[in-house]
Write a protein that binds this ligand. Structure first.
Ligand SMILES: [Zn+2]
Length: 382
């Protein structure tokens, strides 16, 4: 009997222990709803805050947080007896970042000239949604002034960005003469003149049959300023040395002239004589051959009046007209050819083209103009 009791006691103890273990093994899981930012990296197990006596079965991975809103996350957890159960919690994806606006801080126009203030203005948001930019403030394209305005961009979550900018509406200036001409039109490149010579336009400079052209139709860009060509200078010296043997004391009175120099010169003539008159004897900036560095006005130290019509009848002018071609120079604006060259007769203005073309244009003393020879015009198109 004693033996039986002794056997029972451990059994009772064992069963009591078993009961206690079962209670301790009970699964205990707590979850928590969470709020995250757009595109934030977060694991799907993040909302499981406590797991007792259980193991997470669902594989751990990142939640898709690329869109704003709520989503339910389900995680499977098994208890110590391998019973699986699903637990859910909510993930709320929010956007608290405002859009970024790319813009220009200062815009300007002239009175009466509307511009699109939203041109080149963009807004980007982390939500990747299309953000519309609006303008806050008032302005008037027809009224001079500086307007302080704002670009406004708002995303669907209500995050807003405002950026200040100014619109300056300037007084419309009196129309300034544009010195554009077909010479700067690169679409002419490769075309032919009326006499079949090839037009080449390179860096806005027009060449016909390889010869640089600077006249009223084909102007030079304001950036072109090579100075007097050194070969032209030495050929001129050669010519002057020959002239000296005849007793002439020739020199270059005006060689290279920059675009800006010509601009001042021309504007002064316009002020003095008016535009129509000035255009007959002075080139508009860009249209002067002096800017090419290939032309010059010649003068004689012994002749008091150079570079005006008083030079025409001098022996010096006659000698130049008959000999210049031998040194590669042409009398660029011959007598009676105004309708071709666009300029009055200039007995003092010579242009270097090389002896080959110069001899052709000299034409035995009956000068042919470059315009006539190449079949081109010399007319302003405005
Ligand atoms: Zn000249």
């Amino acid at each position: 009997m004693k033996k039986i009791i002794l056997l029972f006691i451990p059994l009772l103890l064992l069963s009591a222990c078993n009961k206690k273990d079962e209670k301790k093994d009970e699964i205990n899981v707590t979850t928590e709803d969470i709020t995250v930012k757009l595109n934030e990296e977060i694991l799907n197990t993040k909302g499981i805050t406590k797991v007792e006596n259980g193991t997470i079965v669902t594989e751990e991975e990142n939640i898709d947080t690329s869109t704003i809103g709520e989503q339910e996350i389900t995680i499977t957890i098994k208890d110590n007896n391998d019973n699986e159960k699903e637990y859910t919690y909510t993930v709320k994806v929010i956007d608290d970042e405002a859009p970024v606006i790319t813009y220009k801080k200062e815009l300007s126009t002239t009175v009466g000239k509307k511009i699109n203030l939203l041109n080149n203005v963009t807004a980007k948001d982390n939500s990747n949604e299309k953000i519309e930019v609006t303008i806050e403030g008032t302005y008037d394209f027809n009224k001079e002034g500086t307007y302080k305005l704002k670009y406004v961009a708002k995303d669907s979550s209500g995050n807003e960005t405002k950026e200040d900018f100014t619109l300056t509406v300037k007084k419309a200036s009196t129309p300034t003469t544009t010195f554009r001409s077909t010479g700067t039109d690169s679409s002419l490149n490769g075309t032919k003149t009326s006499k079949g010579y090839t037009i080449t336009v390179k860096n806005n400079i027009t060449y016909i049959d390889g010869y640089l052209i600077a006249n009223k139709t084909y102007s030079l860009p304001n950036t072109y300023g090579p100075g007097l060509n050194s070969n032209v200078k030495s050929k001129a010296d050669e010519m002057f040395a020959a002239a000296k043997l005849e007793g002439f004391n020739l020199y270059i009175a005006s060689g290279f002239r920059s675009y800006d120099t010509q601009k001042n010169l021309y504007n002064n003539y316009v002020k003095r004589d008016g535009k129509t008159a000035a255009d007959t004897y002075s080139a508009r900036p860009g249209a002067s051959e002096h800017q090419s560095g290939l032309a010059f006005d010649v003068c004689d130290r012994n002749v008091s009046a150079c570079i005006n019509s008083n030079f025409d009848s001098t022996a010096q002018a006659k000698w130049l007209s008959e000999n210049a071609y031998k040194y590669g120079f042409i009398l660029r604006y011959p007598k009676g050819k105004t309708n071709e060259t666009g300029y009055k007769y200039e007995s003092w203005h010579f242009r270097y083209v090389g002896t080959e073309l110069a001899t052709k244009l000299y034409n035995g003393g009956n000068w042919i103009t470059m315009e006539d020879y190449f079949g081109i015009t010399s007319e302003y198109d405005y």
